[in-house]
Design a protein around this ligand. Structure first.
Ligand SMILES: Cc1cc2nc3c(=O)[nH]c(=O)nc-3n(C[C@H](O)[C@H](O)[C@H](O)COP(=O)(O)OP(=O)(O)OC[C@H]3O[C@@H](n4cnc5c(N)ncnc54)[C@H](O)[C@@H]3O)c2cc1C
Ligand code: FES
Ligand code: FES
Length: 488
């Protein structure tokens, strides 16, 4: 595999399939600036920036190097905190951190610097506090406190000079050409493979159905660092042509399985702003730059954030294997806890999300203990089709309420024909229907009772909001509320 370092090509011809970027830096390069904190994507101490070409322009993305396999750098540039002051002068982000006294023990500082560096490079106009806090939601500091760090980010990003030390894109151009064919490092029993086309992916997965597909590694990375799995056969999908595409046509949105949350965020938010807000709260910027929609579906987690939303939107899943494709309603993919309808050698190819009709009203709410960088306790996705103030049809799905992401079919049936003129009158019926639909468990995220009560509250909130919307009383209050919370 090949990636860029400080304007030079770096070829890695031998590696264990599960070697991480952080281990590569610290153990192979001896570059100690990038720190290891939690080693599970939560603290941001290990943040590095990857640079790739998108539509001919350089794009900078912060990722957590502790859970990223070294192979995922293939075809991209790696920039670390050790590289920023290479010319002997502090980078403006580093200088601002020093000027604002934004570091005490310093352990978190390289991670903050790199998260801010990505923001700095991507900043085209003024950067506000919300953008900074959003960009830093995946970085934890125990001793300095966040105010000076945010001030440093504001100061640096809003006085950005044109160009930077990594401005040349020739190496990226060259890398792109060199990584356009399939890659195989290792032998039949232990390998890192990066197929270049979907056909080649289908072929190698058919030959090795016991291999692990790796996309963003925001789940698989933890199998390596926390479960200490020595994964022997990895098929990395980041090189597959077209696998990150996000495309709209007259009927809806097609998201290829390898599209990251960042790739898909804008198009999803375009369907409904609530979806954009839920996606914005998935993990952190680092997690969203790596984690994929396909991975979120394929892992089958009952607390994955996108499946309930996509089920409520009546999304269709396309699975592919060497023998061909098959399609199914997304909800049918989730059979039971840890069990999905996926045959050996079959992978997730894409998901299609049909457009909302004019009389469809959508709502999505995520409840978690922390606002950012936390897994949902309960998540609601709800699409109501109205006839005036009457609910003609509903598709309502939950995460965190059952062993899989699941529709609330009793609730949907009970709401059919109900009027939204007085949503309070529906409260008891909603409560009863939810109890018929779900028997949630108690765990570290929430008790069973909390989950049922929260689900009831979220459904009622959606009914009140949609009722008011149908009435024409208010159009956009939900967004104001969320932004206020986010920047509070
Ligand atoms: C700090 C942190 C915070 C997180 N926060 C959230 C959150 O708020 N909400 C949330 O939903 N999730 C969260 N996650 C979980 C994770 O980000 C998601 O599940 C993510 O979508 C997984 O995608 P990935 O590309 O990283 O998958 P990977 O880790 O690469 O793979 C996950 C699983 O899917 C399989 N797989 C991947 N792609 C395919 C494919 N195309 N076909 C078949 N199988 C495939 C892999 O073999 C593996 O079994 C968080 C993770 C971390 C580390
Ligand atoms: S070490 Fe904590 S996110 Fe990587
Ligand atoms: S400066 Fe010590 S943890 Fe942030």
């Amino acid at each position: 595999m090949i990636f860029g370092r400080n304007g030079k090509r770096t070829v890695v011809s031998e590696m264990s399939p599960h070697e991480t970027v952080l281990d590569y830096l610290r153990l192979r390069e001896g570059a100690m600036g990038t720190k290891e904190g939690c080693c599970e994507g939560d603290c941001g101490a290990c943040t590095v920036v990857v640079r790739s070409l998108q539509d001919g322009k350089a794009k900078y993305e912060a990722i957590n190097s502790c859970i990223a396999p070294i192979g995922s750098l293939d075809g991209r540039d790696l920039i670390t905190v050790d590289d920023l002051a290479a010319s002997g002068q502090l980078h403006p982000v580093q200088q601002a951190m020093a000027d604002k006294h934004a570091s005490q023990c310093g352990f978190c500082t390289p991670g903050f610097v790199m998260a801010l560096y990505a923001l700095y490079e991507n900043a085209s106009a003024g950067v506000d506090r919300t953008a900074i806090t959003d960009g830093l939601a995946g970085n934890l500091c125990r001793c300095t406190g966040y105010r000076p760090i945010i001030e440093a980010g504001l100061a640096a990003c809003n006085s950005k000079a044109a160009g930077d030390a990594f401005g040349q894109t020739e190496v990226l151009d060259q890398l792109k050409k060199e990584t356009s064919t399939s890659l195989f490092i290792g032998n039949e029993n232990s390998f890192f493979a990066a197929p270049a086309t979907e056909d080649e992916l289908a072929q190698i997965y058919a030959e090795h159905p016991d291999a692990i597909i790796v996309a963003g590694a925001t789940d698989v990375g933890l199998w390596i660092t926390k479960h200490l799995n020595k994964l022997q056969k990895i098929i990395y999908v980041g090189r597959v042509k077209g696998f990150r595409d996000v495309a709209t046509d007259g009927s809806g949105l097609t998201i290829s399985a390898g599209a990251t949350y960042t790739d898909a965020e804008e198009a999803l938010a375009h369907i409904d702003p609530d979806i954009g807000e839920v996606v914005r709260r998935i993990g952190s910027k680092q997690v969203r730059n790596a984690g994929t929609i396909g991975g979120n579906i394929a892992n089958g987690s009952p607390i994955g954030d996108t499946p309930p939303l996509l089920i409520a939107l009546d999304a269709e899943l396309t699975l592919r294997k060497a023998a061909g494709e098959r399609k199914m309603r997304l909800e049918d993919f989730f059979i039971d806890y840890g069990k999905q309808d996926r045959k050996p050698g079959e992978f997730v190819k894409s998901v299609f999300v049909p457009n909302l009709a004019e009389n469809d009203h959508f709502r999505a709410f995520k409840l978690s203990k922390r606002f950012d960088q936390d897994i949902s306790a309960v998540l609601l996705g709800s699409k109501l089709t109205l006839d005036g103030a009457t609910i003609a049809k509903g598709r309502i799905a939950f995460g965190g309420m059952a062993a899989t992401p699941k529709r609330a079919k009793h609730l949907e049936a009970w709401l059919k024909g109900a009027s939204l003129e007085n949503p309070s009158s529906l409260s008891e019926g909603v409560r009863v229907a939810l109890k018929q639909d779900f028997a949630p468990i108690s765990d570290m995220r929430a008790s069973a009772e909390y989950r049922l009560r929260a689900a009831h509250g979220l459904v009622m909130k959606s009914l009140f909001e949609i009722g008011a919307e149908a009435d024409g009383a208010h159009a956009d209050t939900r967004l104001v509320g969320m932004r206020q919370r986010a920047s509070a």
